[in-house]
Design a protein around this ligand. Structure first.
Ligand SMILES: *[C@@H]1O[C@H](CO)[C@@H](O)[C@H](O)[C@H]1NC(C)=O
Ligand SMILES: *[C@@H]1O[C@H](CO)[C@@H](O)[C@H](O)[C@H]1NC(C)=O
Ligand SMILES: *[C@@H]1O[C@H](CO)[C@@H](O)[C@H](O)[C@H]1NC(C)=O
Length: 236
C-alpha cells in the first residue's frame, strides 16, 4: 500500500500535475497581466517561477520519502518505474516542443499547450536531478546504460539552462546533476553534496536492521528460560 501511494504521488508529479496547470482562470489572468505590465504587476514568468518552486518542494518530499523506503531492491524497483515514466514524458516534451518550434529563451509561452509541455520538461529534469543526487547508486545503475535517455537528458538540461526558470537552489541542482551524470565536465572540486548524507542514511539503516535482529534474538533467548520454567521473567 505504502509503495503504491508513493508511486501514485510521484507519477502524478511526473506526468500529470505541472506548474502551468495551477493558474486558475487561464487566459483571462494572462490578458490582464499583460495589459498591466509595467505597472509593477508580477510578470507571467515570475509567477511561473514561484509555482515551479512550490512544485519543487513536493518533488523533493517525494524523493526524500523514497530515500527511506523499504530495502534496496524495493527502492530500486520504485526508482526504475519512476525514471522510465520520467523519460517517457521528457522525450514526448522534446518531440512536441521541437515540432512546435518553441525554443527556450523565446518569450514565455501564452499558449497553454506549449506551456504545459515546457513545464513538464522543466519539472522532470529537476526531479531527475533529485533522484540522481539523492539515490546515486540506484539512479546510475538504471540511467547510465541507456544511451537514448542520455540524449534526452542532454537536451533537457540545455532547455532548462536556456529557459532561465531555474534560479538559486534549482540552478545549483541543475549544474550538480549535469556534472553528476557527466553531461558537462566536473569541476575539480565537484562532490555530490548529498553523498555523506546518503552514506549516513545507509549506515543508519544497517545499524537499525542489525539492532532489530539483535533484539529479536534477545527476545528469543529470554523466551527460553520461561519455557523451561525459570520464573525470573514472569513479567514478560
Ligand atoms: C497552441 O499550440 C499548439 C501547438 O503549436 C497548437 O496546436 C494550438 O492550436 C495552439 N493553441 C492556441 C489556442 O493557439
Ligand atoms: C505531446 O503532445 C501530445 C499530442 O499533442 C500530447 O498527447 C502529450 O501529452 C504531449 N506531451 C508532452 C510532454 O508535451
Ligand atoms: C548553462 O549555460 C551556461 C552559459 O552558457 C554554461 O556556462 C553552463 O555550463 C551551463 N550549465 C549547464 C548545467 O549546462
Amino acid at each position: 500500500m505504502y509503495r503504491l501511494s508513493i508511486l501514485f504521488v510521484t507519477c502524478a508529479i511526473i506526468g500529470g500535475v505541472s506548474a502551468s496547470g495551477d493558474g486558475s482562470g487561464g487566459g483571462k489572468s494572462e490578458e490582464s497581466q499583460q495589459s498591466h505590465e509595467g505597472e509593477g504587476k508580477v510578470s507571467p514568468i515570475d509567477m511561473y517561477r514561484s509555482l515551479f518552486e512550490k512544485h519543487r518542494v513536493m518533488q523533493l518530499d517525494a524523493v526524500k520519502s523514497i530515500q527511506t523506503f523499504g530495502d534496496y531492491a524495493q527502492r530500486h524497483q520504485l526508482v526504475k518505474i519512476m525514471v522510465q515514466q520520467l523519460f517517457k514524458v521528457l522525450g514526448e516534451g522534446k518531440v512536441n516542443l521541437t515540432e512546435w518550434g518553441y525554443m527556450p529563451g523565446d518569450p514565455f509561452p501564452t499558449n497553454t499547450t506549449v506551456r504545459d509541455s515546457m513545464s513538464k520538461v522543466l519539472e522532470n529534469v529537476a526531479m531527475f536531478g533529485d533522484l540522481v543526487l539523492r539515490l546515486p547508486d540506484i539512479a546510475h545503475d538504471i540511467f547510465d546504460k541507456n544511451k537514448e535517455w542520455q540524449l534526452i537528458l542532454g537536451w533537457g538540461v540545455w532547455f532548462c539552462n536556456e529557459s532561465k526558470i531555474f534560479q538559486g537552489n534549482s540552478a545549483k541542482l541543475l549544474s550538480l546533476m549535469a556534472q553528476e551524470v557527466n553531461l558537462v565536465p566536473r569541476d575539480e572540486n565537484y562532490v555530490n553534496p548529498f553523498k555523506n548524507e546518503n552514506l549516513m542514511k545507509e549506515q543508519m539503516r544497517i545499524t537499525d536492521s542489525k539492532q532489530k535482529s539483535k533484539s529479536k534474538k534477545k527476545k528469543e533467548r529470554k523466551k527460553g528460560p520461561r519455557l523451561s520454567g525459570g520464573g525470573k521473567h514472569t513479567e514478560l
